[in-house]
Design a protein around this ligand. Sequence first.
Ligand SMILES: NC(=O)c1ccc[n+]([C@@H]2O[C@H](COP(=O)([O-])OP(=O)(O)OC[C@H]3O[C@@H](n4cnc5c(N)ncnc54)[C@H](OP(=O)(O)O)[C@@H]3O)[C@@H](O)[C@H]2O)c1
Length: 242
Amino acid sequence: MKSSSHTVLVTGGATGIGFALAKKFQGEGNQVILVGRQEKTLTQASAALGGVKTMVADVSLAADRERLAAGFPEVNILVNNAAVRYETPFSDAGAEDLFHELNVNLLAPVLLAKAFLPSLKNKPEAAIINVTSGLALVPREVAAMYNASKAGLHSFSKSMRWQLEDTCVRVFEVLPPMVATNMTAHRTVGKGKISSDQLAQEFWQGFVANQYEMLIGKTKLLQRIYRLSPALADRIMRRAPP
Ligand SMILES: NC(=O)c1ccc[n+]([C@@H]2O[C@H](COP(=O)([O-])OP(=O)(O)OC[C@H]3O[C@@H](n4cnc5c(N)ncnc54)[C@H](OP(=O)(O)O)[C@@H]3O)[C@@H](O)[C@H]2O)c1
């Protein structure tokens, strides 16, 4: 795909990885639209970037997904980045939280892609970019539904890519390692985290090279270990510090 003159909608685009991806796209000459649930955060992000559009929307709600698709027919790149992660042990987790996590992390990206698909198919070039995780390949013991939702989106992305192969819509997947954002602020290990900007830089190299499955940083090592010894990968990830 060409690298500029796209209109890119980023869910969860006001913070962390979404913000860094939005900044990168904007810096390379693309129009950017940021989506999130909190107006204040979106206003701050918009002020930091300048010249971007924003919309308050909850991607887990069908009405908000329809509002986004109807409000931005010019979008030709959809970045499904928004997600939540709860670490409550399964025995204590409420059914509502489990459903919400699955809804935001798996159903919402799929259904948002569905809502945008008719207009994406009418563009000369279009893309859906799903942000999953290294945990889609090998889960940790904690955050079981998060791991499962990312594994689900990983699998869905692959089938979606194949199904849309004969259209103008390319399907990318980004599998980040641990990145320093609000989501990982509570994690005690600081050394292993890369910055959102580092991730965005590596993403960009993959994007312009049409690399549809982008394993970022240590996710590449994790995949190699998993291929050599699934049991070793399980041991490493299961015991990864909280
Ligand atoms: N950080 C990591 O180590 C890491 C590693 C692998 C993968 N990832 C993935 O990277 C993506 C970004 O995460 P992050 O680390 O940058 O964390 P983050 O800063 O917490 O970003 C999550 C974003 O999603 C938005 N969001 C959450 N629920 C939403 C909803 N229902 N509707 C609309 N927006 C919603 C949040 O904004 P509001 O709260 O304002 O809605 C926030 O901007 C996620 O898909 C995450 O799973 C992160």
